[in-house]
Write a protein that binds this ligand. Structure first.
Ligand SMILES: Cc1ncc(COP(=O)(O)O)c(C=O)c1O
Length: 429
């Protein structure tokens, strides 16, 4: 379990505990599948990132990227830590406001944004990060904000899978370099007074190099805007994407080296390009919540064929879609047999009627029995937030733990919830 374990996970007499709470107890009390999140680990991740950055520069902002995990208890913890927030939908803005984030601390970075959504954002008072000239024109027709940011495509993308690379020639995101000056000029002429500039190159990046290359490009573009239009920036946002190791061979991102190299580059260029003293911003989602969460699921079926040993569990890609969607690897442990040697190789499969409903292939585990409890680790990011009711399976519950205490933070959906909002037309009655 070693390096993958984040310090809040413990082996107590062969039973997996998270932040002092037995996973067996949680499974019995709340049933499974169940997401369990550690409050302490969320706080710790936020703080170690903040401290690493502050070592090199005083004006920093960390926007927690809500899409990774939008549970309002998680948002509340991060609001309490002093985080800013990256939202990509009116729904995320709504949840952030409900969880205690001030509108000034929310940056909205949407793509393909509708007019009614723009009006919602204006009324909410959040800062808008423009993704296209179309969005900018429509926004300025409705309202002239005091501050506006522009998402730039720095042409350098990176990430753990092609679906999560968000910059480069094939990317739908951001404004191309050739249109950036025009975008700021439109805003300036309309009366916008303050500006930010932004990029987000992708997700799950464990090397520093792509961040540095893209940051260099973004800063160069910022210089060009400054030279052409004379404006300076309140903030420069380098996006999220800080990776977390999932596979045993993955090396964690060297946080100190990341902070040192990014901020040295930043400080050097803002001085060289006369960009003033903007805030240095990051937008991590995964880095903050990934290793703070686990997914508990119970073995209901063992099936042996001439070719495979299948472990059938009650969580499928309706609960955790990352393995099916990205081929992602999540560490898995048998939560009630931590002291036993790994001796068999299994495919861990869910209950959905899809051949792609596989949580892990060819995974070495201790001998598994029906009734055993599996813990899928590193499930705090893009777990529940990407879950669905596919195959008409109600979404699962979430629990927050904190040094031996625990509380339900999302109720398990009931079977009746599947009917919510559905209507039968008159002529079928
Ligand atoms: C604009 C933006 N910022 C931040 C993030 C967070 O990425 P991560 O969770 O990899 O840090 C994303 C994720 O897709 C994003 O689209």
């Amino acid at each position: 379990m070693g390096a993958i374990f984040s310090g809040v996970l413990e082996n107590r007499d062969g039973i997996l505990h998270i932040d002092g709470v037995s996973t067996i107890r949680l499974a019995e009390e709340f049933d499974v599948p169940l997401y369990v999140l550690s409050e302490n680990r969320i706080r710790e991740n936020f703080r170690r990132l903040r401290e690493s950055l502050l070592k090199y520069y005083g004006k920093i902002r960390i926007y927690y990227s809500a899409k990774a995990n939008t549970n309002i208890a998680v948002l509340k913890i991060l609001a309490d830590e002093g985080a800013y927030l990256d939202a990509v939908s009116p729904g995320e803005v709504f949840l952030a406001l409900k969880s205690g984030f001030q509108p000034e601390k929310i940056l909205f970075t949407g793509t393909s944004v509708r007019d009614d959504e723009l009006k919602f954002l204006i009324n909410s008072g959040v800062t808008i990060n423009i993704d296209s000239l179309s969005q900018l024109k429509r926004l300025l027709n409705f309202y002239i904000p005091k501050i506006l940011s522009v998402r730039v495509n720095p042409e350098i993308g990176a990430g753990h899978h092609e679906h999560v690379i968000t910059a480069g020639r094939n990317s739908k995101f951001g404004i191309w370099e050739t249109d950036v000056v025009e975008a700021y000029n439109m805003a300036l002429e309309a009366g916008v007074e303050k500006f930010g500039i932004h990029m987000h190159i992708g997700s799950g990046i464990l090397e520093i190099e792509p961040f540095l290359l893209a940051a260099e490009k973004l800063l160069k573009i910022a210089q060009n805007v400054h030279e052409k239009l004379g404006l300076t920036f309140e903030f420069i946002d380098f996006g999220g994407g800080l990776g977390v190791p999932y596979r045993p061979e993955d090396k964690p991102l060297d946080l100190n080296s990341f902070a040192e190299k990014m901020l040295n580059l930043f400080k050097c260029r803002i001085e060289e390009y006369h960009l003033g003293k903007p805030y240095f911003c990051l937008e991590p989602g995964r880095f903050i919540v990934c290793d703070a969460g686990i997914l508990l699921t119970r073995v209901n079926t063992l099936k042996v064929t001439p070719f495979k040993k299948f472990i059938g569990v009650d969580a499928g890609f309706n609960t955790l879609i990352r393995p099916a969607m990205y081929g992602s690897h999540h560490p898995i442990v048998v939560a009630n047999r931590l002291h036993e040697q790994e001796e068999d190789v299994y495919d861990v499969v869910g209950p959905l009627c899809e051949s792609g409903d596989i949580l892990a292939r060819d995974r070495k585990l201790p001998k598994v029995f029906e009734g055993d409890l599996l813990a899928i680790l590193n499930a705090g990011a893009y777990g529940f937030s990407m879950s669905s009711q596919y195959n008409s399976r109600p979404r699962c519950a979430e629990v927050l733990v904190n040094k031996g205490k625990y509380a339900l933070i999302r109720e398990r959906e009931k079977i009746e919830d599947l009917l919510r909002g559905q209507l039968i037309p008159e002529w079928l009655k």
